[in-house]
Design a protein around this ligand. Structure first.
Ligand code: ASP
Length: 439
């Protein structure tokens, strides 16, 4: 068995956290390849080392003195090194960093040092081999991640190593300059490594015990999802539920390697398994419910629109020309609606309305603002009868008026539109109906 384990910033923010990480890794010899983030927040208004590095570099680039800022970063690592009782110094590394900052090595270089230094510390603490991500995570000369070359190089490099620490978040371009993924990108590195070593599982350790059925700000103590498919997760994260960087799914998904979200502070919890497909029946009919506010609908009426060939295309073309992406297009007899992000639409509304008049000569256009979209997601809905009925009566019982309904043909989700002000109430009613009632 091979396990790739990635630890997030809060799991590595202090010596105490790092010691928990050490215990988790040593407890299971299959945990051979380790991907650390940079030290994150130790308490709620703490600053992540990555942010400290960006600020420090920006100050250096503006020609300011950076001694204090660099010392504060060094102190974060020193606290960990001393707390763990390591006989190890990063002094030389900090001299190199100071020099590279002076020579304007770039913001990506700066940010990547958070993971790089944490990788050195963790490798020393674990007694594992350190591999610099710049040698194994490869970007092309335009800065795009080069999946195939990376896989070949990594596979070769790790094949004969019993264990290794490979820092997350960055790699290098052909000229050697450092390039990072977008924020939270250590998740992606972990996934790339899991693919390269053909891992049996990619464990992603964080500070929650997995994906929750819904947002804990809306429902007290929501249940943890035991097993979720990649597709379900994608639907939920699109609607704002996030535990993992979106791009982290692709490398492991192509090899059908499961991801296990785990909690460093509660290592006994099984966490959530994210899988390609499963025969395990879900615990509840719905796997999760998530949503977002701030949408508006542009409703277009025109008698006999169904016989007008190209009507829908001409409508959507107006949105395209105004560079607005649409979320949904529910339609009825003689009506066609386009749902968009209100913020994106607001600046361009008059142009869009005029464009629609020119394009399709409608009888009437009316706008509906302040809508929220809620996605009820679950592979269990496919075979369950009456899901929509339960959903609608639960919402009716909560006094919510449903403005829009859209069920994808996959039967994996139902999307409903409600007024922004009904959003929280709707989520609670859905949770109660499908989860608290226990089916
Ligand atoms: N340290 C980086 C960030 O704060 C990457 C990561 O933690 O995944 O975004």
């Amino acid at each position: 068995m091979i396990k790739v384990v990635k630890f997030g910033g809060s799991s590595l923010a202090s010596a105490k956290q790092m010691a928990k990480v050490g215990a988790i890794i040593h407890e299971d010899p299959d945990r051979r390849y380790v991907v650390p983030s940079a030290p994150g927040r130790r308490f709620s208004d703490d600053t992540k080392v990555t942010d400290m590095l960006y600020r420090c570099y920006d100050a250096a680039a503006a020609g300011e003195v950076i001694d204090d800022k660099l010392d504060a970063i060094r102190a974060r690592y020193q606290e960990i090194i001393e707390g763990l009782g390591l006989n190890f110094s990063l002094d030389e590394e900090f001299e190199v960093i100071r020099d590279y900052f002076k020579r304007r090595a770039g913001r990506d270089y700066a940010a990547s040092r958070g993971e790089y230094l944490n990788g050195l510390v963790l490798a020393n603490y674990l007694g594992f081999r350190f591999i610099d991500a710049k040698d194994v995570i490869l970007f092309d000369s335009r800065g795009n991640f080069d999946a195939e070359s990376t896989d070949a190089v990594l596979h070769e490099r790790l094949r004969n190593l019993d264990n290794a620490v490979i820092p997350g978040f960055y790699g290098a371009m052909p000229d050697g300059s450092i390039k990072t993924f977008s924020r939270g990108g250590s998740d992606i590195t972990g996934s790339i490594i899991a693919r390269a070593v053909r891992a049996n599982v990619y464990e992603n350790w964080t500070d929650v015990s997995g994906c929750l059925v819904t947002d804990p700000h809306l429902v007290d103590n929501p249940e943890t999802i035991e097993t979720i498919t990649y597709r379900e997760l994608r639907e939920l994260s699109y609607m704002g539920a996030s535990v993992l960087h979106e791009d982290a799914i692709f490398p492991v998904r192509s090899e059908a390697i499961p991801i296990n979200i785990r909690n460093t502070n509660r290592p006994g919890d099984p966490g959530t398994m994210i899988v390609e497909s499963t025969v395990r029946s879900p615990k509840h009919v719905i796997t999760g419910v998530a949503g977002r506010k701030g949408f508006c609908a542009i409703n277009i009426d025109k008698a006999m629109m169904n016989s007008e060939i190209g009507f829908g295309r001409r409508v959507l073309q107006v949105f395209e020309e105004n560079r607005i992406s649409f979320e949904h297009t529910p339609s009825g007899i003689d009506t066609f609606s386009v749902l968009v992000h209100q913020e994106e639409f607001a600046d361009k509304e008059q142009d869009v309305i005029a464009g629609l008049h020119r394009a399709v000569n409608p009888d009437n256009i009316y706008l509906e603002t302040d809508l929220a979209l809620i996605a009820i997601v679950g592979r269990g809905m496919r075979n369950a009868q009456g899901t929509a009925g339960r959903l609608f009566s639960a919402l009716a019982g909560a006094g919510v008026n449903i403005k829009m309904i859209d069920q994808g043909s996959s039967e994996l989700n139902i999307i409903i539109g409600v007024r922004d002000e009904d959003f929280e109430r709707s989520i609670r009613a859905i949770y109660k109906e499908f989860i608290t009632s226990g089916r």
